[in-house]
Design a protein around this ligand. Structure first.
Ligand SMILES: Nc1ncnc2c1ncn2[C@@H]1O[C@H](COP(=O)(O)OP(=O)(O)OP(=O)(O)O)[C@@H](O)[C@H]1O
Length: 631
């Protein structure tokens, strides 16, 4: 992507946002139509036939409502995770626009949603909500970014590659956490940037730990910081590191979207805990009482005049309470050295606040437009992420092809080269042989396994039996020539592979029998149909079976990957985005098992090299080695 002026760049972003909006609306319509033609729950973005089974009051006058299927039936596989924006609607009224809410809790059989209004219906439907509001905020930020002048316009132009970058000498730093040398170098580098700097954090290298140290140092220098990330989970990750070391960190955002144990740091709860809140609440109570007596006093003389007076008094009291409440919120915000929020900023709440430093974690999962709300509030910027893992999710395939799927972090690295980033290279997750292939393919062979993980094995875990003493760290099982073919779900587009699934089930059973806890095992499949099949077959408490996207940023002792694709035409679909496979390959700490069809996969050089790697490690097997009664 190239442009000669800032305006051209912003024209391009507006165009992509339009395409994305259209694609999202189209998808919503299709989803509703599926109701008539097939199973609307297949996408994982809708749950139908729900009943309201329980409710209670939540923070700030919201209702927390539990929905479940009749007879407490298990919910289908779905992406309605805690914090997800949803629309609750009446299933019998397909045209109703529904009530927006946020998922606040979920179990295998129920979903709890925080709603501002009470929903009325006999049968409910939940849909993930298209984020039109976010898009509008991004468009407005783009409009403002076009109009900047002075130093902010210069920062904008440097981000667009239209002006040279500037750095100070790296400062001397007294570190407050124990960091390894590349992490220390990255912190000094980030603090030396006069415009912006990038921290490239490959899997398990302590990117968030390092970013937290940058924030700590900036606070020590008397700076105010806005700390953001594209998702609530990533914001909470950062918050978790900060709250142990800094007293004045404030998490802005819907409390239902914040991890329960971190909610004490949310703006809502800090305001609620403030002494003055009792006064505000008393004022609301008094106003309520005035309203009640007004509604009762109709029989006395001068009743109407009195009624009017009482209503007016109640109204004025409520107004005063609201003003006081707003003032209080601003006072609490002013106390924060660091404000943490997702990239979708609440502009009204933040007012005209500016920050010395804006940091963005997981910046590779952000699109270009998503960056600008935060950007407009900072004098300097530090981005952290890994562009060799999953890119931002884009619905419009056309926009993605044109370049919308390239994150700003990746673009800045391509644009400014080595001068703009530092890479972290010591990783604290994977056994060396799990790490090596990914390191060579994506990180110029620079990753080093820390001594604490370099040769750790399952047998070192306290609970496992002797059976695992000699278990290999990595294995690839090749199905080539065995006719373990992929299949397409009858009424869907997703693919599964029943024989690979059988093999996975056996692997899980073997690990569990040897003493590995199900919660220490992850099964990763690139296709939702394979995930559904395996979830049905493997109902072990704590075991996680998910697509790659569900595991980004996470780790498990044991990871089993089923690649699913096995066909005569060598088609591998979105497995050709090797960043997705990189995420899958780098989640395991002590054992990695893979099953796949080399004949299908190896038309792509990346997979051919993967197979070579397993062969050189003597970790390659063919399923022909299995006995006849195996899968
Ligand atoms: N210098 C260090 N010394 C010891 N352990 C460390 C160090 N830096 C990070 N770690 C540990 O490594 C693990 C990963 O750290 P962190 O979560 O910061 O990494 P990340 O790169 O953000 O992770 P991800 O790959 O999930 O994005 C954590 O358990 C952390 O405590």
């Amino acid at each position: 992507m190239n442009w000669a002026t800032a305006d051209k760049y912003f024209d391009q972003l507006e165009h992509w946002l339009d395409m994305e909006g259209e694609a999202e609306r189209q998808r919503m319509v299709e989803r509703r139509q599926q109701k008539r033609t097939g199973n609307p729950e297949r996408s994982g973005e809708t749950i139908v036939n729900l009943r309201l089974v329980d409710h209670r009051s939540g923070l700030a006058g919201r209702f927390l409502i539990d929905f479940a299927k009749p007879a407490a039936e298990r919910l289908p596989m779905n992406r309605l995770k805690v914090g997800a924006p949803v629309v609750v609607s009446d299933e019998d009224q397909p045209d109703s626009s529904g009530i927006p809410g946020v998922v606040s809790k979920r179990t295998a059989t129920s979903v709890q949603v925080a709603l501002e209004e009470w929903p009325q219906a006999r049968h409910f439907r939940l849909d993930l909500s298209p984020d039109e509001r976010t898009r509008r905020r991004q468009l407005s930020a783009i409009g403002r970014a076009r109009q900047l002048n002075g130093s902010q316009a210069r920062l904008r132009d440097r981000l667009l590659g239209l002006q040279e970058l500037r750095f100070h000498e790296p400062p001397k730093v007294e570190f407050s956490t124990h960091l390894n040398p590349p992490q220390e170098e990255a912190v000094r580098f980030a603090l030396s940037a006069r415009d912006f700097a990038i921290l490239h954090g490959p899997p398990g290298t302590g990117k968030t730990t390092t970013l937290a140290e940058v924030i700590l140092q900036a606070v020590r220098n008397g700076e105010r910081i806005l700390a953001c990330a594209p998702s609530n989970t990533a914001v909470d990750n950062l918050l978790e590191r900060l709250v142990t070391q800094l007293p004045s960190v404030i998490r802005v955002g819907h409390p239902a979207r914040v991890l329960e144990w971190l909610r004490g740091h949310t703006l809502d709860e800090l305001v609620e805990a403030d002494e003055s809140t009792a006064i505000v609440q008393e004022m609301y109570r008094e106003a309520e009482m005035l309203m009640r007596s007004a509604s009762k006093s109709s029989r006395s003389r001068n009743a109407y005049t009195r009624k009017g007076e009482l209503y007016a008094e109640a109204k004025s009291l409520r107004q005063q309470a609201r003003l006081l409440e707003r003032h209080l919120v601003q006072q609490v915000l002013d106390r924060g050295d660091v404000i943490c929020t997702t990239l979708t900023l609440d502009e009204e709440l933040l007012g005209d606040r500016e920050f010395d430093l804006v940091v963005i974690d997981e910046a590779c999962q952000s699109t270009e437009p998503a960056l600008w709300q935060a950007m407009l509030r900072g004098k300097r910027l530090v981005l952290a992420g890994d562009h060799c893992q999953l890119p931002p999710t884009i619905i419009s395939k056309a926009a993605a092809r044109e370049g919308f799927a390239t994150s700003p972090m990746e673009r800045l690295i391509n644009q400014a080269g080595d001068q703009v980033f530092r890479r972290l290279t010591v990783q604290y997750r994977m056994h060396e042989s799990i790490m090596r292939f990914s390191s060579d393919q994506f990180y110029d062979g620079q990753l080093i396994a820390d001594a604490s993980v370099k040769s750790h094995r399952l047998a070192d875990l306290p609970i496992v039996t002797e059976e695992l003493t000699d278990t290999p760290i990595i294995e690839f099982w090749d199905t080539a020539g065995a006719s373990w073919d992929e299949q397409i779900e009858t009424d869907g587009m997703s693919k599964f592979n029943a024989k690979e699934a059988n093999w996975v089930v056996k692997q899980v059973q073997q690990f569990v029998e040897a003493g590995v806890e199900p919660s220490q095992i992850a099964v990763i499949a690139p296709y939702a149909a394979q995930v559904r099949l395996l979830r049905n077959r493997l109902q072990l408490e704590g075991l996680e079976v998910d697509t790659v996207d569900g595991f980004q940023g996470r780790e498990k002792e044991v990871v089993i990957i089923t690649f699913v694709r096995s066909n005569t035409t060598g088609e591998i679909g979105f497995l050709s985005d090797t960043r997705r496979t990189n995420v899958a390959l780098t989640r395991a700490k002590r054992a990695l098992r893979i099953i796949g069809d080399s004949a299908t996969l190896c038309g792509n050089p990346f997979y051919a090299q993967l197979l070579d790697y397993f062969q050189t490690q003597e970790a390659y097997h063919s399923v022909w080695e299995l006995q006849d009664d195996d899968p």
